[in-house]
Design a protein around this ligand. Structure first.
Ligand SMILES: C[S@@+](CC[C@H](N)C(=O)[O-])C[C@H]1O[C@@H](n2cnc3c(N)ncnc32)[C@H](O)[C@@H]1O
Length: 244
């Protein structure tokens, strides 16, 4: 009797969620794609549950009043992400910023241009000889071609973030931007190093949370010990050492 009931239930579920979509509006492959998307989204939600999603204004009152300058070339962030990072820099007024993963250097410039005139910006990337092909020549290209005043406050550093010697910057950095290799082992090490770099008012910002699985896993693990927030509508996660 129980087995029959189970069988009937299974048939209903199958008809509702598979046969019906296949025979009505969707074909078999579309139905497969549809359910893959649904389960993908559910998994993404499950992932972000440990990291609450908030507006920056929920963390920093008045931050949305900050006027910012955005739209620099070579930034890998979406416009809303640029605005969030720029407002964070204007609001927090870091004296020293450390970016792990320079890319073209667009975000480095964005942070430098929105920071105070005495703020120092350090940005680390693999040296060109460690990067295959022409890609190596493009690291920091925006910084080399930039003629803005902030250029003199930006220092490009070269090395693998996993074994780079961070000693001169330990406990001296007010804002760390983690955006290098997105594989879990790298993000985990970069996060451990970012924590060591933080000053007493230090903040860590990760890019590509929760969109990159490796970043997602490392940030979620970090969030088990400390408060981390995801910024609504962006792929940015934030940890502020003063928020306990
Ligand atoms: C997503 S891009 C950075 C984008 C940049 N932060 C921006 O917002 O425009 C990632 C960068 O990390 C660098 N990278 C990858 N693995 C690295 C490693 N192990 N150490 C240092 N940099 C690394 C890559 O060369 C690449 O330039």
């Amino acid at each position: 009797m129980k087995a029959l009931f189970r069988q009937r239930m299974w048939q209903i579920v199958r008809v509702l969620f598979w046969d019906l979509p296949c025979t009505t509006c969707l074909g078999r492959s579309e139905a497969r794609r549809f359910w893959k998307t649904v389960f993908g989204q559910l998994a993404a939600y499950a992932n972000v549950m440990d990291v609450p999603s908030v507006d920056l204004a929920d963390l920093y009152s008045g931050i949305r009043d900050q006027k910012v300058s955005v739209g620099y070339p070579g930034v890998s962030l979406r416009l809303l992400e640029q605005v969030n990072i720029a407002q964070l820099v204007r609001y927090l007024r870091p004296q020293a910023v450390f970016e792990i993963g320079t890319g073209f250097g667009g975000t480095t410039l964005l942070m430098a241009e929105n920071a105070d005139k005495n703020t120092r910006i350090f940005t680390l990337d693999l040296s060109p000889d460690l990067i295959l092909g022409a890609a190596g020549e493009t690291v920091g290209i925006v910084l080399r071609e930039n003629k803005l005043e902030s250029r003199s406050r930006i220092t490009q550093l070269w090395g693998d973030s996993r074994d780079f010697d961070y000693d001169p910057w330990i406990e001296k950095i007010d804002l760390v931007f983690v955006d290098a290799c997105h594989e879990y082992a790298y993000v985990k090490t970069d996060t451990d190093n970012a924590l060591k770099l933080l000053s007493s008012r230090g903040v860590i910002v990760w890019h590509d949370y929760p969109s990159a699985p490796g970043v997602c896993r490392a940030v979620k693990e970090f969030a088990q010990q400390r408060k981390v927030y995801m910024i609504e509508g962006t792929r940015i996660a934030v940890y502020d050492s003063r928020m306990v």
